[in-house]
Every structure is written in structure tokens, then in C-alpha cells.
Design a protein around this ligand. Structure first.
Ligand SMILES: NC(=O)c1ccc[n+]([C@@H]2O[C@H](COP(=O)([O-])OP(=O)(O)OC[C@H]3O[C@@H](n4cnc5c(N)ncnc54)[C@H](OP(=O)(O)O)[C@@H]3O)[C@@H](O)[C@H]2O)c1
Length: 289
């Protein structure tokens, strides 16, 4: 029940109506009996600064930030976490007595999903990231922070991969990080045996669920674990193929849940109910079918 003590959290983005975060967080607030509500706010780019001032003025406990505001919010915040500073993007804001702190829980959510899903630890491992956009950046920096020994970034636009590699080299001390072009043959010819391939492209996402992945079978056979950041469908064509080859897989659903769970913990100081978050998202995805 909403009363005069109810604390508010939410989402800033544009658009926001497809977000699963309100249902996911509100279900856990109900389950744990926490007097919080989560609302989605559609905020235009020119009003981001005012929206953040509103968070301070109204005492909103925190928000998630989504496209297109993840970078724009930074200049109006008081402090940034280590991850947000490195990645240069914020997906969670914490209101600490009027001081707004920017976090980025995407990379940590990704790492937690691999750890909880298949017991993967990145320390000393060799990883290939396909794509060099916003999600790839969060994943690359987190893998770097977790101590990968070799990191390869392959992107359709080669220059963007080179830029990300430069950024990683400047900010982290990785023993090896390299940009590659996305041709499957080039990757098969130039890469060593890998511990992890991460597909961060939207290929295979609903409604184009049958689109052909960029990674061919020869390259897939080079790794022991594959993850696709697409979570709709939960099992993409890439993951189905990897499974049929006997390769371990982790769905993008885990990253979605854990990035939200970490934000929940930042705002409330309590552990989120992962099972409930998963059930809520799965039932939303099922309702689509
Ligand atoms: N599971 C989660 O929690 C989670 C979190 C964040 C994002 N995601 C998902 O991750 C995906 C990427 O998100 P993003 O924010 O990183 O997007 P983004 O910034 O737009 O980056 C997209 C990347 O995919 C590449 N790409 C797009 N279409 C391609 C194609 N047809 N062939 C080859 N490469 C292609 C782009 O290459 P160019 O540079 O050449 O354009 C770029 O590197 C989306 O599906 C999103 O839903 C999931």
C-alpha cells in the first residue's frame, strides 16, 4: 500500500514503456514487504538536468538510467563509481542525502550472471567480444577489471573496435587487448583457444529471431563458453547452435536480472530476490508469445 512513508525509485529514459524494470522491482518490494515503488519516467534529452534536480528536490531514492541518457546524466551528478567512470556511462543513480552518485551495474551484472550461471571467473581467461557499442564497452571494462589475460574486440565498424581498445589500454593495464575485423575467417585464423565469446550485437533479437549470427561453427568450437546479451528470446539461434555443439551457454537474461538486482541492493541495502525477478521477466516474455 502506498502511504506517506513510501519511498520512490524509478527509471529515466526515452522511450520507457517497454521496460520490464517496474514490474521486476515492484514484485520484489512486495515480496520483501519493502515500502518502495518503482515508476518509469519518460524524460526528453533537454530535460535531463531538471529531472536530476527533481530527484534531489523530491528525495527520490534513486533511478535507473536507460537510452539515450546514460552518458548525458554524468555532468549533472556529484560523484561516479569506479565502473561508471571507466565505462563513461551510468545506468543507476543513488541519492545519498541529496548527493547523486552514478553507478554502472551492467558489467557487474554480466559477471555475476556468468558466475552464478556456470561458475565462470574471468581471472586469467581469454575472451572475445563481438560488437563495440554501449553494452560491449561495459562488458569489456568489467572483464578487464576482473583480470582477463587476453581480450579481443571484433566489430562490423572496425574503427569503433579500435577506439574501444585504445580506451581500454589507456584506462586499464591489460597484458593483451586487440581490435579485429568481424569476418569469421579472420577470427578463425587469428584467435587462440578461447574461454569465452560474448555476442553483444542485437542479431537474433525479437522479432528477427532467425537472423544468422556472425559467429560460424568453426569459431564457436574454439571456445568453452558462449553468452549472447540478447534476452528476447531467452535462447537465441547462437545459443541453440552452441548447445548443439556441446558448448556451455549463458543467456542475456542473467545480465538483465543481475544489473537490476545490484541497483536494488544499492537503493535499499537489501538483497534482491533473483528468482522473483526472473519469473516476472519470463512471464512478460511469454505474454508476448
Ligand atoms: N542482457 C542485458 O542486460 C543487456 C544489456 C545491454 C544491452 N543488451 C543488448 O545488447 C545489444 C546491444 O546493445 P548496445 O546498447 O550495445 O547497442 P549499440 O550501442 O547500438 O551497439 C550495437 C553493436 O552491435 C553491432 N551490430 C549491430 N547490428 C549488427 C549487424 N547486423 N551485424 C554486425 N554487427 C552489428 C554494432 O556494430 P557497428 O559499430 O558496426 O554499428 C555495435 O557494435 C542489444 O540487443 C541490447 O538489447 C542486453
Amino acid at each position: 500500500m502506498i502511504n506517506s512513508s513510501t519511498k520512490l525509485v524509478g527509471l529515466l529514459g526515452d522511450p520507457v514503456e517497454h521496460s520490464k524494470s517496474p514490474l521486476m522491482h515492484n514484485a520484489v518490494f512486495d515480496q520483501l514487504g519493502l515500502n518502495y515503488r518503482y515508476l518509469a519516467f519518460q524524460v526528453k534529452a533537454k530535460e535531463v538536468k531538471e529531472a536530476l534536480q527533481g530527484i534531489r528536490a523530491l528525495g527520490i531514492k534513486g533511478v535507473n538510467v536507460t537510452i539515450p541518457h546514460k552518458e548525458a546524466v554524468i555532468k549533472s551528478l556529484d560523484e561516479l563509481s569506479k565502473e561508471a567512470k571507466l565505462i563513461g556511462a551510468v545506468n543507476t543513480i543513488e541519492n545519498k542525502q541529496g548527493e547523486l552518485i552514478g553507478h554502472n551495474t551492467d558489467g557487474q551484472g554480466f559477471i555475476r550472471a556468468l558466475g552464478e550461471g556456470v561458475g565462470f571467473s574471468a581471472q586469467g581467461k581469454k575472451a572475445l567480444i563481438i560488437g563495440a557499442g554501449g553494452a560491449a564497452k561495459a562488458v569489456a571494462f568489467q572483464l578487464g577489471l576482473e583480470g582477463v589475460s587476453q581480450l579481443y574486440i571484433a566489430n562490423r565498424t572496425f574503427e569503433t573496435a579500435v577506439e574501444l581498445v585504445k580506451n581500454l589500454e589507456e584506462k586499464l593495464s591489460l597484458s593483451k587487448v586487440e581490435a579485429l575485423t568481424l569476418q569469421d575467417k579472420n577470427l578463425v585464423d587469428n584467435l587462440p583457444e578461447l574461454d569465452l565469446i560474448v555476442d553483444t550485437t542485437p542479431i537474433g533479437m525479437y522479432p528477427q529471431i532467425d537472423a544468422t549470427p556472425v559467429i560460424g561453427d568453426k569459431l564457436l568450437k574454439r571456445t568453452s563458453l558462449v553468452t549472447d546479451l540478447v534476452y528476447n528470446p531467452v535462447e537465441t539461434v547462437l545459443l541453440k547452435r552452441a548447445k548443439s555443439l556441446g558448448i556451455k551457454t549463458v543467456s542475456g537474461l542473467g545480465m538483465l536480472i543481475y544489473q537490476g538486482a545490484i541497483a536494488f541492493e544499492i537503493w535499499t541495502g537489501q538483497e534482491a530476490e533473483i528468482g522473483t525477478m526472473r519469473d516476472v521477466i519470463l512471464s512478460q516474455l511469454k505474454a508476448r508469445d
